[in-house]
Design a protein around this ligand. Structure first.
Ligand code: NAP
Length: 242
């Protein structure tokens, strides 16, 4: 048995999920990457293998409990309980409230909040008997501030934050370090650069959060000594107004 990490919400190679998994593998962990698209997971896996890291792609929908259990089973059969789990799924979508269908609101909640609960519960079930580890959640500005047209996204992200805070208080004393990372700015990654390529130029040098810099912060949380744990970390570019 080795040391394992699970990253949930991995898509494009340029995205945060991929960067988290790359960093965890660089630190010597066997990374289990989960997302819904086989080809994208395989591309990130190939990149990690090329750097002599260990990675296993697992196609899984984080809103489906059976998928989450299968993901943890796959990791555990190979390496035992993971020492680090990162919940990164949570694609932002927005719409004016008066035009919002019930499904739109509910789907966002399933991805951004319910999936985090499913993963957090499974992580606690597997990791607590093993002495604990780290369970880290990706937050957003919307986790702590609700504004139109992001009201549905914000309500789901605030819910995820509540899951993280509740779990930290319940399971911290048993050795599970729960961290919630508020990403308070635009990520210089696939999502925005593909959909809104103008932002990068508008923001200027280091005006968007670099995925490798965020991944370094996640790793920093994981290796904190338990007499001084962080529950919530907020990250923003140096010139971001807030
Ligand atoms: N982008 C930003 O500017 C920004 C700003 C603040 C906070 N954030 C937060 O950062 C995180 C995402 O990082 P990112 O924007 O760089 O995106 P990313 O890590 O590149 O992408 C996340 C991946 O999650 C996967 N995913 C979506 N639904 C899923 C599901 N039901 N089950 C499993 N995987 C699923 C998607 O891939 P598939 O479609 O292939 O499954 C998607 O590519 C989110 O928590 C987001 O709220 C982003």
């Amino acid at each position: 048995m080795g040391r394992a990490a699970i990253g949930i919400g991995v898509g494009a190679r340029a995205g945060l999920g991929a960067a988290l998994c790359r960093r965890f593998s660089e630190e010597g962990l066997h990374v289990f990457l989960a997302g819904r698209t086989q080809e994208r997971l395989e591309a990130v896996t190939a990149e990690i293998h090329a750097a002599n890291g260990r990675a296993t792609p697992v196609v899984a929908d984080t809103t489906v409990a059976a998928d989450v259990v299968r993901l943890f089973d796959t990791a555990e059969e190979s390496e035992g309980p993971p020492e680090l789990v990162a919940y990164n799924a949570g694609n932002n979508r927005f719409k004016p409230l008066l035009e919002m269908e019930d499904e739109f609101f509910e789907d966002l909640w399933r991805l951004c909040c319910f999936g985090g609960f499913l993963v957090g519960r499974e992580a606690a079930r597997r990791m607590l008997p093993d002495g604990g580890g780290s369970l880290l959640f990706t937050g957003a500005t919307a986790s702590v501030r609700s504004r139109p047209p992001f009201t549905a996204f914000a309500s789901a992200k605030a819910g995820l934050r509540a899951v993280a805070h509740g779990m930290a208080r319940e399971f911290g004393p048993q050795g599970l370090h729960v961290g919630h990372v508020v990403i308070d700015g635009m990520i210089d990654g696939d999502q925005l650069n593909r959909r809104f390529p103008q932002f990068k130029q508008q923001k200027g040098e280091d005006g968007m959060l670099r995925v490798d810099a965020i991944a370094a912060a996640f790793w920093g949380l994981h290796v904190q000594q338990r007499s001084a744990w962080t529950l919530e970390l907020d990250l923003r570019p140096f010139k971001e107004p807030f």
